[in-house]
Write a protein that binds this ligand. Structure first.
Ligand code: FUB
Ligand code: ZN
Length: 623
């Protein structure tokens, strides 16, 4: 398939003005950025940038701390676009001064290898050296874009030039490609931001080299699949290994395929994307079934209670999927962005914005914890309540920068068409193909499916509206005329005239029970409740204990009602509870089963675990 090259709008041109995401962006700028900052101050992550650690100091910088702070800086930068904040900008300026002051003569900057293991730069592929550089590059670009302050970016361009010399030109490092992919996509951002071809060449080198050379093995407990080293990338067909590393790598692959119009590499991205979405992804959009390696496993292995499903991997899937839209305008990609936005990505942060999940299970039964009563070591289970910080605190700043930049996901365009990929209340004034256009979106989506768009343009020929894969019915009017377009690869295309175009799109959004492929053993003969893109769950708080003894009536009437605290609906439905058998028998004849009616109360999955520890389940037995 030939490679398209749709373009994104500048994030600064897209203002989220209301509805579901405005509230969440305000939480990020008013609460989360301070909560994460305070934790990073307490744990010594900011102090580490002074580069004064000495052996024996109480706090020893960790090899990934640069990346945790970089993502926080990036989140602050995006937040400044819609919420000026002198205090946080001053905090970032101080960090930039420390980076500039401690950067080495040749441009090198990595705290761990400058002060903890000096002299060992570029020797340990699994020490996150290039991963940290990637996140610092992303942060530097965001900060220059948001403030016009170029100092940080100048530092990172010097560092990138050094890495190009060491890895691509001289080949003098002890390894060939990043252990934890991230630098690839960051170099592509840097190329696009500076138009310096060196960064494109280096990213292309890393993508084309991976899996083709003898590489330093990352650890003694993993194999080549863990870091997607098992084959040349353009020959890979399945998502393998560490789920975050994978999706960042696939994002870099997609970027290189886009800029070099490499259809072979693009086809590899399409095969891998399909393998994830069709066989290795939770209904919430989360990926990475196993805590062993934080990794993908095999097709249809999607257990609920022990799902690893890291927040970062859901976010990375959204960034991968959004890149795929730019290569091939097919609605299936923005459908996945939407799934991560409202489920697997959003569940990583509490409603109050102060605490986070690393792992996002799809069922919780606290009774299962500590059941190995005769041994010391307990089986691994995800935690049941969010925390304010982690040892490796990658998820908190990651979900912060993700929410602060959701405007990036809304639109893309090509030579004559504007694509509306996400339905988010927003106001956009921007340049598209050398004309200035404005787009106003008014909607309470996903609480309901009514979207009003006003587009003012003179040269654009078409507007493409994504019809989500879950949507079975829709109506659309343009300038008050009913339109009946066909859905083409997940979009409807409307020809527009110069001037003002008013569109009303009504997507039929109603509660629906969703089944899993029977190959997913865990979910066989169960159903999950969805409404639009939102996945729902039961918690013990409203539904009592032993959620597994409940059944939802497939013929039930599902009653949604808007819940302000969530910004979407909660849903009730008729169900049943199988009561304990008279004789408390462990097993009994099915014809002796007794059930009592029980109304089931469903809340959005992203809102679980905000009211104290409780049983929870996404998948429910169906009567
Ligand atoms: O190793 C850096 C980050 O920490 C990974 O991306 C996450 O999976 C977490 O392990
Ligand atoms: Zn993470």
């Amino acid at each position: 398939m030939d490679v398209k090259q749709l373009k994104h709008l500048p994030l600064a041109d897209v203002q989220i003005t209301g509805g579901f995401w405005k509230e969440r962006q305000e939480t990020i700028s008013d609460v989360t950025l301070y909560a994460v900052r305070d934790q990073f101050e307490k744990t010594g992550r900011f102090e580490a940038f002074e580069c004064e650690y000495k052996e024996g100091n109480a706090i020893k910088p960790q090899c990934y701390w640069d990346s945790d702070v970089a993502k926080w800086i990036e989140a602050v930068a995006y937040s400044l676009l819609y919420h000026p904040n002198e205090e946080l900008e001053e905090d970032v300026d101080q960090l930039v001064e420390l980076i500039a002051a401690n950067q080495q003569e040749d441009g090198y900057f990595n705290i761990y290898f400058m002060v903890v293991e000096p002299g060992k730069r570029f020797t340990d592929r699994n020490a996150h050296e290039l991963y940290c550089c990637g996140h610092l590059i992303e942060a530097a670009i965001a900060y220059d874009m948001a403030t016009g302050k170029r100092k940080f970016l100048d530092c990172m361009e010097r560092y990138a030039a050094l890495i190009d010399r060491v890895f691509r030109i001289d080949g003098s490092a002890s390894f060939c490609t990043p252990g934890h992919p991230e630098l690839e996509l960051a170099l592509m951002k840097l190329y696009r931001y500076t138009q310096n071809e060196t960064y494109l060449k280096l990213a292309e080198y890393f993508i084309n080299t991976r899996g083709t050379k003898e590489e330093q093995s990352l650890t003694d407990w993993c194999n080549e699949k863990y870091a997607q080293d098992h084959a040349p990338l353009r020959e890979q067909n399945t998502a393998e290994g560490h789920a975050v590393r994978a999706a960042y790598l696939y994002s870099g692959m997609a970027d290189v395929a886009y800029e070099t119009k490499d259809s072979e590499l693009f086809e590899a991205c399409r095969r891998i994307f399909s393998n994830i979405v069709d066989k290795r992804m939770y209904i919430t959009g989360s990926t990475g079934s196993s805590h062993m390696g934080e990794a993908f496993t095999v097709d249809y292995d999607l257990q609920n209670e022990t799902a690893y499903a890291e927040t970062c991997s859901a976010l990375a899937m959204a960034w991968f999927a959004d890149r795929m839209t730019a290569l091939e305008p097919n609605g299936r990609y923005a459908d996945i962005v939407e799934l991560e936005l409202y489920n697997g990505g959003l569940s990583g942060i509490s409603l109050d914005g102060k605490s986070f999940f690393y792992e996002n299970p799809l069922s919780i039964d606290p009774k299962l914890r500590n059941r190995d009563v005769s041994v010391k070591e307990q089986a691994h289970y995800p935690i049941t309540q969010r925390l304010e910080v982690f040892g490796c605190s990658c998820c908190p700043p990651n979900v912060s920068r993700f929410i602060a930049s959701v405007g990036n996901f809304i639109y893309q365009y090509d030579t004559d068409t504007l694509y509306v990929n996400q339905y988010i209340e927003s106001d956009t004034l921007t340049k598209v193909n050398d004309e200035t256009i404005s787009i106003l979106q008014q909607t309470r989506y996903p609480a309901n499916g009514k979207i009003n768009l006003q587009l003012v343009a003179t040269k654009l020929k078409r507007i493409a509206l994504r019809i989500p894969g879950w949507c079975r019915k829709f109506t659309v009017t343009m300038n008050e005329t009913e339109m009946t377009p066909n859905v083409e690869n997940g979009y409807i295309y409307l020809d527009i005239e110069p001037g003002v175009t008013e569109i009303e799109l009504l997507l039929a959004v109603y509660p629906r029970l969703v089944a899993a492929n029977p190959s997913v053993q865990e979910d066989a003969n169960k159903a999950a409740l969805m409404m639009g893109p939102v996945v729902y769950c039961l918690e013990g708080i409203e539904n009592g204990i032993n959620l597994q003894s409940l059944q939802v009536d497939a013929q039930a009437k599902f009653v949604p009602s808007f819940e302000q605290n969530y910004g979407v609906n909660i849903i009730t439905a008729k169900g049943y509870r199988t009561v304990r058998p008279v004789k408390e028998a462990l097993y009994y004849d099915l014809d002796e089963r007794q059930q009592v009616p029980q109304t089931l109360h469903f809340i959005p999955y992203f809102a679980f675990a905000n009211r104290g520890e409780s049983e929870m389940t996404v998948w429910v037995s169906v009567k």
